[in-house]
Design a protein around this ligand. Sequence first.
Ligand code: DAH
Length: 363
Amino acid sequence: MTDISALKAGLIADIAVADTLDAVEALRVGALGKSGVITGLLKTLGGMSPDERLEKGPPIQDLRESVTAAIAAKKAALEQAALDARLASEKIDMTLPADLDPQGSVHPVSQVMDELAEIFADLGFSVATGPEIEDDWHNFTALNIPETHPARAMHDTFYFPDEEGQKRMLLRTHTSPVQIRTMMTTPPPIRIIAPGRVYRSDSDATHTPMFHQIEGLVIDKGITLGHLKWTLETFLKAFFEREDIVLRLRPSYFPFTEPSVEVDVGYTLVNGQRVIGGDGDAADGGWLEVLGSGMVNRRVIEACGLDPDEWQGFAFGTGVDRLAMLKYGMNDLRAFFDGDLRWLKHYGFSALDVPTLSGGVGA
Ligand code: DAH
C-alpha cells in the first residue's frame, strides 16, 4: 500500500527544487500523465468497495489537487522569472544616440543657385528660365553674334543635325538667350536672373560638357555702369558673406554688351590658400575673374523690338559651378557631376543653409 503522505511530500519537494519548465513538465507527466503515479492511484478507486473508497478516496484526491496546484504555481513562478530576465536583458538604453535614417543633402550647385536666387530676390530680381535646346537666333544672332562672328567658334557648340526647312537647333552655350526671351515677352522695366544648365564641347579639371551659369539683366530708364557696379558689389558681398570684397572692373569685349567689363574680385593668400576678400593689389593678394558684364548693346535691345533711346540696361553672366568652387573650396569640377555619395556627404548642405542679404533663413 502506497504511503500517500510520503508520496505527496516527495513530489512537493521535487517540484520545489525543479528549476526549469522542462523539469516541471517531466514531474507533471510522471505524476499526473496517462501512466503517472497519481493517475494510477486514481484508477484503483474504481475497483474499491464504497466503504474503502470513502476512506481512501479523499487522501488521493487531496494528493492530486496539491500536486496540481504546486505544479501550476511553480510553472507560473518560472515563467515570471523568465520574463523578468528577458525584460532585464532587453532593457532600452534611452541615452544611446538614435539610429537615424540616411539623410540626403543639397548638392553644392543647387545650394549656390538657391543662394543666388535669395540674394537677388532681396534686390528685386525675379527668376527667369529658357529652353536648354535653343535655336541659333536666340543663342547667337539676337545677341549680336552673327553667322560669321569669331565668338561662335569660341563657344564649342553642340549642334543638332540640320533638318530641311527647320531652324538650326543647338544646346545653349550660355544663359544669355534668356535675356532675349525675357525682353521679347516682358515689357520693361526688367530685373531678372536666369540660372541654368549650359553646354559646351569641353572637358578637363575646370570644364565639363554641361555646366551651370547665371545670367542677370536689368532694363529700365537711365541705367548706368554705376548701377551695375553697385549691384555686383552688393551681390558679391552677400554671396561670399564678407564686407571686405574689392572689385576691379577691366575693359573687355562681349558682342552683346557695349561697353563690356570683366569683373575681378580681390583675394588674400592665407597659408597658401586663396581666400576671397581684401585688396587684390596688396602684397599677399591677387585678383580672380568672377564675372562678365556690361551695358546691354543697343543692337540687342533693338533686336528684341525695344527702342534703345528709351530703354537701357546692364547684363552680367558667370559660372555657378565656379562660384561654388570659390566659395566652398572645391578644386575639381568633374567631381560635381560624378554622383559620388561620399563627396556629396562632405560638400552637401542642409535644406536650410541659404544666406540672404539679411543673414539667411538658416542663420
Ligand atoms: N555669356 C557669356 C559667356 O558665356 C557671359 C556673359 C558676359 C554674360 C557678359 C553677360 C554679359 O550677360 O554681359 O561667356
